[in-house]
Design a protein around this ligand. Structure first.
Ligand code: SF4
Ligand code: SF4
Ligand code: FES
Length: 235
């Protein structure tokens, strides 16, 4: 069985054993064919989020993806490539800092099991960056806060212990909730079943409650109809 790998200067093809995960195949190539092949991996169990790559144009965890043959494996999009499939994830992680998605003003509150259930999914994020790589907004706006940071913002704005949810909401108005096109690509690739598109939709609702509005809508002009006379004339 063959797989193709996008390396620094060209796409190279390798022969690998059948019925294995992509990560096992990468290790096999490194051990038997080319020790210089560079990729990232950690837990080998879909827990650490380190091994995400693109397979035939879709983000996958290499340790969870079963190879079928003839795949094209590429590094994540919008990340500086360090070597082969290894990328620098620092820029993507900076979106968490810009979003300030943490407890701003801690207050006493009793969390019930149902409260925890509300954002249980969002808490499962393993920061694999698959959603970041799949998001088309980065092709035009590298400063977009992005899906996993906004999902984390949603998690904290709904936390009953947060005494200042408005602080988070205020921080996600520019390059944030209104810049998302709601295309759902992030949701489609998340290996943990998280739905950043829905979280962003919810954050838009909370933004409106705190007095913000969609800046795209505010700048739209529908023109002034030409009645051929002054419609207010005589009034
Ligand atoms: S739904 Fe929004 S955040 Fe998700 S991929 Fe599309 S534009 Fe990006
Ligand atoms: S939301 Fe999903 S796809 Fe995005 S970083 Fe977290 S686990 Fe990965
Ligand atoms: S190696 Fe940890 S998620 Fe794949």
């Amino acid at each position: 069985m063959k797989i193709k790998i996008q390396r620094d200067k060209s796409i190279e093809e390798f022969e690998v054993s059948p019925s294995m995960t992509l990560l096992a195949a990468l290790y096999e190539i490194k051990e038997d064919q080319d020790a210089s092949l560079t990729f990232m991996a950690g837990c080998r169990a879909s827990v650490c989020g380190t091994c995400a790559v693109r397979v035939n144009g879709k983000e996958e965890l290499a340790c969870a993806y079963k190879i079928k043959g003839d795949e094209l494996v590429e590094p994540l999009q919008y990340h500086p490539v360090l070597r082969d499939l290894r990328v620098d994830k620092n820029r993507a992680k900076e979106t968490l800092v810009k979003t300030t998605a943490w407890l701003h003003e801690s207050k006493e509150a009793t969390l019930t099991h149902n409260d925890e259930k509300l954002t249980e999914k969002q808490t499962d994020c393993i920061l694999c960056d698959s959603c970041y790589s799949a998001c088309p907004v980065y092709a035009v706006n590298p400063d977009f806060l992005g899906p996993f940071a906004l999902t984390r913002a949603y998690r904290y704005t709904t936390d009953k212990r947060e005494g200042d949810a408005k602080a988070i909401i205020d921080n996600i108005q520019t390059n944030g909730v209104w810049d998302c096109t709601l295309c759902g690509e992030c949701t489609a690739v998340c290996p943990k079943g998280i739905d950043p598109k829905m979280d962003i939709t919810m954050l838009r609702g909370t933004s409106l409650q705190f007095g913000h509005s969609d800046p795209n809508f505010a700048t739209q002009s529908f023109g002034t109809p030409d009645f051929g006379f002054d419609p207010n004339g005589g009034f």
